[in-house]
Design a protein around this ligand. Structure first.
Ligand code: FNR
Length: 399
C-alpha cells in the first residue's frame, strides 16, 4: 500500500489534476483496515442509506473515508446540497388510482428501472477490492446506468462484460491523443454515452486532502491513465468551441456534467449537448457555490423545448446530496429527468461490495416508489412541479 501525500500548494500553472486520487507522491506505508464485509442477511437489516456511512467508515482507512467524504473549502456547498432538499416539501395528491406503480423511465432513449444513475466516482477499489466491477454488478441487477469515471480502477473492457447499461465519464487532458484514446476505448467497449465533466478545469481547494496523505491499497489506482502520471494534466483551456473536436471524435451522445446556470445550459444546447447534469461535484470543487437543487429549476426551464444534437429533447439530470427516495421525487418535481448518486455508492461498496451497493440502492429505490405513489404519481413522468412547494420552516432538521 502507498501513501499519497498531497503537496501543500499546487505548483504554479499546474494543469489541474490528473485524477483526484492520483495526485501527490508515494511517501510511505500505512495500514488499510478491512474488517469483514456485511453479508446479505446483515445488509437486509439496514433500512436507510444513512446507516451505511458509519459502517463504511469502519471498514476503510480513515484517510480513504475522508477522501470520499471530502469537500472543497469549508464544506458549505457539500452540506448545502443536502440542506436544499429540506427547503422543499410535498403537496401530496390522493384519491388517484396508484395500483400500478412503474418507476421505470428512459435516459437518452435507454430504458432504466428507475430515474437513478450511479455517478462517476474515481477508484472504487478504495472502498472494495472488486471496485467498479462490483458497482457494475449492482447496476445490472438493478437495471440502471453506471457512469464509469475516467479515474476508474477497473478497465473499460472489464466493465463491458458485466454492466449492460454503461456511460463513460471523460476528463479531458492536455494530451489530445490520450483523450481521444479514452473516447475510442469507451466506444469500442460499448459505452453508450460520453459524460464530459466541465466543473473541474482547476482543482477545488480540498483542505482535508491537503492536510492528510491518503493511505490506499496498492491496486487502488486509476488504470485507464498512464502509469507515469507526470505528463498527464487536465486541459484548462476548454471553451464551448472545443466541443466540436470532441464531437468529431465521438459518435456517442454527449452529456455535460457540472452545468448550473441557464445561460451555460443554453450554450451547451447550442454546442451539441444531448443532456446536462446539474452538478457541483458533490461540493468538492467551488465552495460557496449554489446547491444543485436550487440551480436545477433555472437550468431545466432554460432548455425546455430544446433538442440535443441527436434529435431528442435535451434531458436534464442532477446530482449532489441525494440520499433518499423522497429526494429523487423532489428533484424530478423541480425539473430533473433523473438523478445520480455519488458517495452512497462508495459506502455501499465498503460495507458489502456488490450486495452492499445493491441494498443501498434498493432502499432509495423503494422509498422513491412509495413517495411517488403517495404524491399521486404512478410513473416518473407524472411527477409535476405542483407536487412540491417551498418549506415554510426551512430550518427544520431531518429527524
Ligand atoms: C466524485 N465525483 C466525480 N465526478 C466526476 O465527474 N469524475 C470523477 O472522477 C469523480 N470522482 C469523485 C470521487 C469521489 C470520492 C466523490 C465523492 C465524487 C463527483 C460525483 O460524480 C458526483 O457529482 C457527486 O458525488 C454527487 O454528490 P453526492 O451524491 O456524493 O452527494
Amino acid at each position: 500500500m502507498t501513501t499519497g501525500a498531497v503537496p501543500s500548494v499546487e505548483p504554479p500553472g499546474a494543469a489541474a489534476h490528473a485524477i483526484e486520487v492520483a495526485r501527490g507522491q508515494p511517501t510511505g506505508d500505512g495500514v488499510v483496515a478491512r474488517p469483514p464485509y456485511l453479508g446479505r442477511e446483515e445488509l437486509d437489516a439496514l433500512f436507510s442509506v444513512e446507516e451505511f456511512e458509519p459502517l463504511a467508515a469502519a471498514r476503510m482507512h480513515p484517510t480513504t473515508y475522508q477522501y470520499i467524504r471530502g469537500w472543497a473549502g469549508t464544506g458549505w456547498t457539500a452540506a448545502e446540497n443536502m440542506r436544499a432538499f429540506q427547503r422543499w416539501v410535498f403537496r401530496p395528491r390522493f384519491m388517484r388510482d396508484v395500483t400500478h406503480l412503474d418507476t421505470s423511465t428512459t435516459v437518452l432513449g435507454e430504458t432504466v428501472a428507475a430515474p437513478i444513475l450511479f455517478a462517476p466516482t474515481s477508484v472504487h477499489k478504495l472502498a472494495h477490492p472488486h471496485g467498479e466491477a462490483a458497482t457494475a454488478g449492482a447496476a445490472r441487477a438493478l437495471d440502471i446506468v453506471q457512469v464509469l469515471s475516467t479515474g476508474s480502477s477497473t478497465s473499460l473492457e472489464d466493465i463491458a462484460g458485466i454492466g449492460p447499461k454503461r456511460w463513460f465519464q471523460l476528463y479531458w487532458y492536455t494530451d489530445r491523443g490520450l483523450t481521444r484514446e479514452l473516447v475510442e476505448r469507451a466506444v469500442a467497449a460499448g459505452f453508450t454515452a460520453l459524460v464530459l465533466t466541465v466543473d473541474a478545469p482547476v482543482i477545488g481547494w480540498r483542505e482535508t486532502e491537503r492536510r492528510t496523505a491518503m493511505v490506499k491499497p496498492d491496486d487502488a489506482t486509476a488504470v485507464l491513465l498512464p502509469e507515469d502520471l507526470s505528463g498527464v494534466a487536465q486541459a484548462t483551456d476548454l471553451t464551448w468551441e472545443s466541443l466540436e473536436w470532441l464531437r468529431s471524435v465521438s459518435p456517442l451522445p454527449l452529456v455535460l456534467k457540472g452545468i448550473g446556470r441557464s445561460d451555460d445550459a443554453r450554450l451547451a444546447a447550442a454546442h451539441g449537448a444531448d443532456a446536462l447534469i446539474v452538478s457541483n461535484h458533490g461540493g468538492r470543487q467551488l465552495d460557496g457555490g449554489i446547491a444543485t437543487l436550487d440551480a436545477l429549476p433555472g437550468v431545466a426551464a432554460a432548455v425546455e423545448g430544446l433538442h440535443g444534437a441527436g434529435g431528442r429533447p435535451l434531458e436534464v439530470y442532477m446530482d449532489g446530496g441525494v440520499r433518499r427516495g423522497t429526494d429523487v421525487v423532489k428533484a424530478l418535481a423541480l425539473g430533473a429527468r433523473a438523478v445520480l448518486i455519488g458517495r452512497p455508492v462508495q459506502w455501499g461498496l465498503a460495507t458489502g461490495g456488490e450486495a452492499g451497493v445493491l441494498r443501498m440502492l434498493e432502499l432509495i429505490f423503494g422509498e422513491f416508489r412509495s413517495a411517488m405513489g403517495l404524491c399521486g404519481a404512478t410513473r416518473p413522468s407524472e411527477i409535476t412541479r405542483a407536487m412540491v412547494t417551498r418549506n415554510p420552516e426551512p430550518t427544520a432538521p431531518r429527524v
